[in-house]
Design a protein around this ligand. Sequence first.
Ligand SMILES: Cc1cc2nc3c(=O)[nH]c(=O)nc-3n(C[C@H](O)[C@H](O)[C@H](O)COP(=O)(O)O)c2cc1C
Length: 210
Amino acid sequence: MDRSRMGNDLLTTTRAFRRRLDLTRPVARQDLLDCLDVAVHAPSGTNRQPWRFLVVEDPDTKQQIAEYYRKGFAAYLSARTPRPDQLGDLASGRYLAAHLHEVPALVVVCSLGRPPANAAGLQLASFYGSVYPAVWNFMLALHDRGLGSTMTTAHLVYEQEIADLLGIPFDQITQVAMLPVAHLLPGARSPGPHRIPAAEVTMWNRWSEE
Ligand SMILES: Cc1cc2nc3c(=O)[nH]c(=O)nc-3n(C[C@H](O)[C@H](O)[C@H](O)COP(=O)(O)O)c2cc1C
C-alpha cells in the first residue's frame, strides 16, 4: 500500500476497524514497534510522556482479557437504548467482543500514575489528554501500514482484575484503552457512523444553541 498518504485521506478514513480485522495473520512485533514509535511523538502535558504499552499475544491471556471485555461490553449494552443510526456500530461491536481473543495482538495502553480521587476537570484533562493523542497517532500509523484497530474501553470495568492478570501495579499505573491490532482484510470499509459537519458544531466568539 502507498505509505505516503498521510494527510486528509488517512485522517478521515481511519475508523474503528472490527469486522475487517484479519484474525488469522500474525502481526510482527517490528510493525507494532514502528507504529508505537509514531505514537510516542504525540504531545503530553509538560512532555511527561506518561504512556506505557503492554502488548498481549499469549492466547490464554487474550482469552481471559476477552472474557472481562465481553462482560464489560454486555453491561455497556444493557445500560443503553441505541439510536437507529448506532445499530450498525453496535453490531460490529458485538462481532469484536465475540472475537477479541482471536485478534493477534491486544495493545493495553497505560499511563503512569492514577487520576487523583475527585480530580478537577483540569487534572482529568491533563491525565487522559496526555495519553489519547498517542493512541490516535498509533491508530493512524497502523492504518497507514495496512493494519487496523479499534479504541476500546469496555473492559475497564474490570481494570483491577486485568491489572492482576497482567502484573500491572494498579495503584501506580492506569489502563486507559486497549487496542486490538490485526492486518486489515481487503475490501471497502463499511460506511460507519457519519460525522456531523464541523460547521454545525462550531461557534464563533460566544456559545450559541442555534
Ligand atoms: C474513548 C473511546 C472508547 C471507545 N470504546 C469502545 C469499546 O469499548 N468498544 C468498541 O467496540 N468501540 C469503542 N470505541 C469506538 C467507537 O465506538 C467508535 O470510534 C465510534 O463509534 C465511531 O466509529 P468510527 O470510528 O468507525 O467512525 C471507543 C471510542 C472511544 C473514542
